[in-house]
Design a protein around this ligand. Structure first.
Ligand SMILES: Cc1cc2nc3c(=O)[nH]c(=O)nc-3n(C[C@H](O)[C@H](O)[C@H](O)COP(=O)(O)OP(=O)(O)OC[C@H]3O[C@@H](n4cnc5c(N)ncnc54)[C@H](O)[C@@H]3O)c2cc1C
Length: 240
């Protein structure tokens, strides 16, 4: 199951009690990504800037909601749990300067309440950009269910991540993606490599500890064909 939970539970035909218990609800933050065409007047920001980010705002931005699946209907609903009242941008990304895109577009990221309207988000964004003498027309916006996480109680007392690990491969099902690991491509990849190395190549191994780098595990999964290729190359070179 590489699609997000709890929505993806609907795709499982025969859901076990443990699957329901682990995947029926997740906490989320909403990430808003807006793309604007870019107009910059004279101001404090240099024309060749790439990324401006206000990471200290993240600490104050505590909006989160719970997505939960109804045990009666199977429908998934979002319920706001905390609204901090600060939905202003935390990052401005000048993609043209970073990646050399032809169009002069700007990306703006906000973490918001799901109850904040698009019009309010635009007003906040424009007001914030105006401080830096930046403006632009909104070309496209996406609002994502972002950074799925379990409550502290679910992690510490109910040991949800370790129970998910123990469930892997049962009923021919593997649970992967940011809801099983953490919201970054590197974490998703790292978790998937742990699964391949520990469950497909060495099925008897215990649950991963938090301080072991399983991506370095050798003699298994992707590592074996690569080392076999290397040895064949060396052998052929010696023979020639
Ligand atoms: C705006 C934004 C910026 C980000 N920037 C970064 C960054 O700079 N660096 C970084 O490391 N991470 C970044 N992330 C996070 C990163 O993109 C995610 O952590 C990563 O993509 C999660 O991978 P995933 O496989 O869990 O989910 P996804 O990549 O979202 O894949 C899930 C897939 O499931 C599909 N799907 C959903 N429902 C169904 C269904 N019912 N049936 C079939 N398919 C379905 C979806 O279409 C999607 O293709 C960013 C995320 C966002 C939203």
């Amino acid at each position: 199951m590489a699609a997000p939970m709890p929505d993806s539970l609907a795709m499982l035909g025969d859901i076990t009690e443990e699957e329901l218990s682990l995947f029926s609800d997740f906490h989320y933050h909403e990430l808003v990504a807006s793309i604007l065409n870019y107009k910059q007047g004279v101001g404090p920001i240099p024309k060749d800037f790439e990324l401006l980010t206000w990471a200290d705002r993240l600490e104050a931005q505590s909006d989160y909601y719970v997505m939960s699946r109804s045990s009666q209907t199977g429908d998934v609903a979002r319920t706001m749990k905390q609204i901090d009242g600060d939905d202003a941008p935390l990052t401005i990304r000048h993609t043209k300067n970073i990646l050399g895109f032809q169009r002069d577009v700007l990306g703006v990221l906000q973490i918001s309440s799901i109850e904040t309207s698009d019009a309010q988000l635009t007003e906040l964004m424009n007001g914030f950009l105006a401080k830096y003498n930046i403006s632009g027309d909104l070309l496209k916006r996406g609002r994502w269910d972002y950074m799925p996480f379990k409550s502290l109680d679910d992690v510490v007392s109910k040991r949800a991540p370790w129970r998910m690990w123990d469930l892997q491969g049962q009923q021919s099902t593997w649970f992967v993606g940011s809801y099983a690991s953490f919201e970054s491509v590197a974490d998703v990849l790292d978790y998937n490599m742990k699964l391949v190395n520990n469950r497909l190549c060495d099925p008897g191994s215990p649950s991963p500890s938090t301080d072991t780098d399983y991506s370095e595990t050798d003699g298994c999964g992707l590592a074996f064909p690569l080392s076999a290729f290397m040895w064949v190359t060396v052998l052929v070179s010696v023979l020639l």
